[in-house]
Design a protein around this ligand. Structure first.
Ligand SMILES: Nc1ncnc2c1ncn2[C@@H]1O[C@H](COP(=O)(O)OP(=O)(O)OP(=O)(O)O)[C@@H](O)[C@H]1O
Length: 262
């Protein structure tokens, strides 16, 4: 199934991915326009995180991952890290680091031969902290943050990479509704202002519909539906794929709202 085939920034062709030779994502074809936001949705264990990890080059995969027409596999690790920012669902958080140190890691692929950060790198980090409402926590050890604060720091690190493609795995997990909206607004601003292409997983289907241009519904490793949110978020499809009982309402501006019913 193809999402927006022309002028694609990211194209997945026949992508299968998995662990130790067992494919849990199979034969995925997706194309994403530059500056578009595609949300990968689907039930638990469907393969959403694995799909993002395959694009980030972190799990075994076959098929092609093209960024602006170039296979990502041809890039070395540093070039790949400059091109693709990835915020994992459950990141490893190194002991003893402050928030600033951690977000500064996002600049590592851009550092020169002496590996010292420049004033510009520090400004990018300060900007990411400011936008994520983390400036007051800049010098706190990462381990002392609340779950939602930590989640924002993880996004800050990916934003500091200033990559063309942002892969966000469940970026709103653990965030209250206000911080979730602020974070999604920020990502939306970046893709509109800088043309950053965004692929995220999102369990909150209502938020997915409000921020993503297109949804890709994955079930048991395969894409089973793709298209504009209103086409994908139907009560029938969600019953079939999630075993969920829902009714679809609409916001005043016409976006679908997925409401569970007892
Ligand atoms: N490191 C791993 N080794 C082996 N199997 C794995 C590994 N990580 C995930 N899997 C398996 O791959 C399948 C897809 O997992 P994945 O995390 O991609 O699903 P998901 O759609 O992101 O799920 P969720 O919504 O629960 O986060 C699952 O069956 C999972 O158990």
């Amino acid at each position: 199934m193809t999402v927006a085939a022309d002028g694609s920034a990211l194209e997945l062709r026949g992508l299968s991915a998995g662990y130790r030779g067992r494919w849990v994502v199979r034969d995925v074809d997706v194309a994403v326009r530059r500056g578009a936001w595609v949300a990968v949705i689907g039930p638990n264990g469907a393969g959403k995180s694995t799909l993002l990890k395959a694009v980030a080059g972190l799990v075994d995969h076959t098929g092609e991952v093209l960024l602006h027409g170039e296979p990502l596999s041809r890039l070395g690790p540093r070039a790949r890290a400059r091109a693709v920012g990835y915020a994992p669902q459950t990141p490893e958080l190194p002991e003893g680091l402050t928030v600033t140190d951690y977000v500064l890691f996002g600049r590592t692929p851009h550092l020169g031969p002496l590996a010292r950060e420049s004033r510009a790198d520090l400004e990018i980090v300060a900007d990411a902290l400011d936008r994520l409402d983390l400036s007051a926590l800049a010098h706190r050890p990462l381990r002392t943050l609340s779950g939602g604060e930590r989640q924002r720091a993880v996004l800050g690190r990916a934003l500091a990479q200033r990559a063309d493609l942002l892969l966000l795995d469940e970026p709103t997990t653990g965030l209250d509704i206000g911080h979730a909206q602020a974070l999604l607004d920020l990502v939306d601003h970046l893709r509109r202002a800088d043309g950053t292409t965004v692929v995220s997983t999102l369990h909150d289907l209502t938020l997915a519909a409000q921020y993503a241009d297109e949804l890709v519904l994955v079930d048991r490793g395969r894409v089973v539906a793709a298209g504009p949110p209103a086409d994908v978020l139907t009560a029938e499809l969600l019953a079939a794929r999630y075993a969920a009982r829902v009714t679809i309402l609409t916001t005043p501006d016409g976006a679908p709202v997925v409401a569970p019913v007892r």
